[in-house]
Design a protein around this ligand. Structure first.
Ligand code: BES
Ligand code: MN
Ligand code: ZN
Length: 503
């Protein structure tokens, strides 16, 4: 779908969308279209239950005396609650309402509204961003789909004042949407197509945007001593990979510690059977998106480079397939991580933490980053805690935790902070090695997993996002169609923009 911005004015063909504020108060565009259509809009908003509330809409097909396909009247609610998120949702709702209509073009009239904090240019950019996020579809394998089941809208035009501003703001949003779409694509790909080698190949594509991409193969990981990651990988015929992505967009080259880059680390289990501690058959197909954390890191790096963020950032993802097999690791095996700490693997299905242990340590040692944020579809237990609405946040640093929470609130990717503590750390004590990879008890599964990771981050400010509940969605939302959500890309892009860019 092409997205365009044009000066204020009413189109004469296609679908036109105009807004009405709470209390059935017509915007300027709605008023002038109403005049052209001899009062059709005023009548339509009076006869039914439409009051102009946010989320409401009413459509007038083929209005008499015009060549328009449909007039879509959308409720804007109260001007003062019309913020960026509300406008993105509105854009998504408009796209959903018209995408399957059969029409090829939709024009959205975006009027400045008194009492709304955003000007017309910003408003148009947010509406367009929401529509773009909503228009995502993963349909590459549907070869027999009927044309009538496919979206018909080819061009979406936002008409309003401040088009230059709208284009400038949208250009940056568009790069974030590219990142989100890339993550959604990666998460949606099945595991016969996307495995460590091919996922690394996808990450390599970021070099076109100026990201420095290195791919480490199995032999190199062995040399580095990544025994924890390699233990997980050894049951699969697919060789593991670690991908290192560097975007240096700040004025100064990255240093170490406080001057170091911001680092993002992702769990990339391209399929998680559980290994020898094998999972039940029902629902196992979901484990194709067990590389969701790495997908977010790759999409995020794409967004940051795409919008030329003034920040030094590194992304490191650990890519493995967790399979049972003749060479698979067994419960009871003891592996030596790159940090030197030994781990008794009591459950081969608690594999994400083993992968992250080595990747976190490697990232910390090599880059001395100012902070590390890891993302992982780490535990089923976080779904028991928070459902599919919020991600779990664990951190050893209050400032970083606040930055993440606040960025999440700004983009409607909500996180909930969870506790860490010595009392939980103790639960990882092993009789045979420095630690075991599961607590063995029934409680606090997400916390003990986070506790395990913390043993590999040293004193570096660190946060862990358990995204098992939010990576895949079973229901459509205005800006997030069901399927891979891309949760985390917008959040961390925003965290960088609000707290670490140009600093
Ligand atoms: N990838 C899973 C966690 C998961 C579950 C993600 C459901 C998305 C949806 C992870 O590797 C796993 O298997 N975790 C185990 C840990 C347990 C063995 C301690 C779990 O949560 O059951
Ligand atoms: Mn697992
Ligand atoms: Zn897993």
């Amino acid at each position: 779908m092409k997205i365009a911005f044009a000066n204020p004015g009413l189109p004469t063909t296609g679908i036109v969308c105009v807004g009405v504020l709470a209390g059935r108060k017509l915007t300027e565009s709605a008023k002038s279209l109403d005049k052209q259509l001899k009062g059709a809009i005023a009548r339509a908003v009076k006869v039914g239950r439409f009051e102009g509330n946010c989320g409401q809409s009413v459509s007038i097909p083929a209005p008499g005396g015009s060549k328009l396909d449909v007039v879509l009247v959308v409720g804007l609610g109260d001007a003062k609650s019309l913020d960026a998120l509300a406008l993105q949702d509105l854009g998504g709702r408009i796209y959903s309402a018209v995408s399957m209509s059969g029409s090829a073009t939709v024009s959205i009239c975006v009027d400045a509204v008194r009492g709304c904090k955003l000007g017309a240019g910003d408003m148009a950019a947010e509406v367009a961003f929401g529509a773009r996020l909503c228009s995502y579809r993963f349909d590459k394998y549907r070869t027999k789909e009927d044309a009538k089941a496919k979206p018909s809208i080819r061009t979406l035009t936002c008409r309003g004042a401040e088009t230059a501003k709208a284009r400038r703001v949208f250009a940056s949003h568009d790069m974030v949407a590219d990142g989100v779409a890339f993550t959604r694509d990666l998460v949606s790909e099945p595991a016969n197509i996307l495995y460590p080698e091919t996922l690394a190949r996808e990450a390599r594509k970021l070099s076109k945007l100026g990201v420095k991409v290195e791919v480490l193969n199995g032999a190199q990981l062995k040399k580095l001593g990544m025994g924890a990651l390699l233990g997980v990988a050894q049951g699969s015929i697919r060789e593991p990979r670690v991908v290192v992505m560097q975007w240096n967009g700040a004025a100064r080259k990255p240093g170490k510690g406080k001057d170091g880059p911001v680092a993002f680390i992702g769990k990339g289990v391209t399929f998680d059977t559980g290994g020898i501690s094998i999972k039940p058959a029902g629902g196992m197909e979901d484990m194709k998106w067990d590389m969701g954390g790495s997908g977010v890191v790759i999409g995020l790096m794409k967004a940051l480079a795409g919008r030329k963020a003034k920040v030094n950032a590194v992304g490191v993802v650990g890519l493995v397939e967790n399979m049972p097999g003749g060479n698979a690791q067994r419960p009871g095996d003891i592996v030596t991580s790159m940090s030197g700490q030994t781990i008794e693997v009591l459950n081969t299905d608690a594999e994400g933490r083993l992968v992250l242990a080595d990747v976190l340590h490697y990232c910390n040692e090599r880059f001395k980053p100012r902070l590390m944020v890891d993302l992982a579809t780490l535990t089923g237990a976080i779904i028991i805690c928070l459902g599919d609405e919020k991600a779990g946040l664990f951190s050893n640093n209050d400032e970083l935790a606040k930055a993440i929470s606040s960025a999440g609130d700004s983009v409607a990717e909500i996180v909930r902070r969870m506790p860490l503590g010595e009392e939980y750390d103790k639960m990882l004590k092993s009789e045979a090695a420095d630690m075991k990879n599961i607590s063995g008890g029934r409680g606090a599964g997400s916390i003990t997993a986070a506790q395990f990771l913390q043993r590999f981050v040293g004193d570096t400010p660190w946060a862990h996002l358990d995204i098992a509940g939010v990576t895949w969605s079973k229901k459509d939302a205005p800006t997030v169609p069901k399927g891979g959500t891309g949760f985390g890309v917008r959040l961390l892009d925003r965290m960088v923009a609000d707290f670490y860019e140009g600093k």
